[in-house]
Design a protein around this ligand. Structure first.
Ligand SMILES: [Cu+2]
Length: 116
C-alpha cells in the first residue's frame, strides 16, 4: 500500500512534534543555581560550588558597568559584555571543573565557579 503525501504528513506530524517537545524539556532541565552579585567592585560570593547543569545568575548592583568574562584556562569561554546597574547575565555550567572569571573593566575583580 502506498501513502499519499497528505497522509504521510499526518503520520509524521506527531513524531516531529515530539522531537520539539524533547528540546523544550532539555532547556527546562537546567538547574536554577545561585545568584552572584557585583557590588563595590567585588563578586559576592567570590567562590561558589554548583552541580553540573546549573544556571548561575550574575547581577550588577554597582552604579557603573562590570563584565563577567572567563579567565584564561577556563574550561569554557564566556563573556557577559558590559552589564549596567541592575543588569543580569545567566551562564549555564554543564561540565565539572573550575571556572575562573574576572571583570574586563576592573581586572582585579576575580572569582570562580566550581562545578562538581
Ligand atoms: Cu568591573
Amino acid at each position: 500500500m502506498t501513502l499519499s503525501r497528505p497522509i504521510l504528513l499526518l503520520v509524521l506530524a506527531p513524531v516531529l512534534l515530539a522531537a520539539c517537545g524533547d528540546d523544550d524539556t532539555e532547556v527546562a532541565d537546567a538547574e536554577p543555581g545561585p545568584t552572584i552579585t557585583m557590588e563595590q567592585s567585588r563578586y559576592a560570593p567570590d567562590s561558589v560550588e554548583v552541580a553540573p547543569g546549573s544556571e548561575v545568575t550574575f547581577e550588577n548592583l554597582d552604579p557603573f558597568a562590570h563584565t563577567v568574562t572567563s579567565a584564561e584556562g577556563s574550561p569554557l569561554a564566556f563573556d557577559s559584555g558590559e552589564l549596567g546597574q541592575d543588569e543580569t547575565y545567566v551562564q549555564t555550567f554543564d561540565e565539572a571543573g573550575t571556572y575562573e572569571y574576572f571583570c574586563e573593566i576592573h581586572p582585579t575583580m576575580r572569582a570562580e565557579v566550581a562545578v562538581g
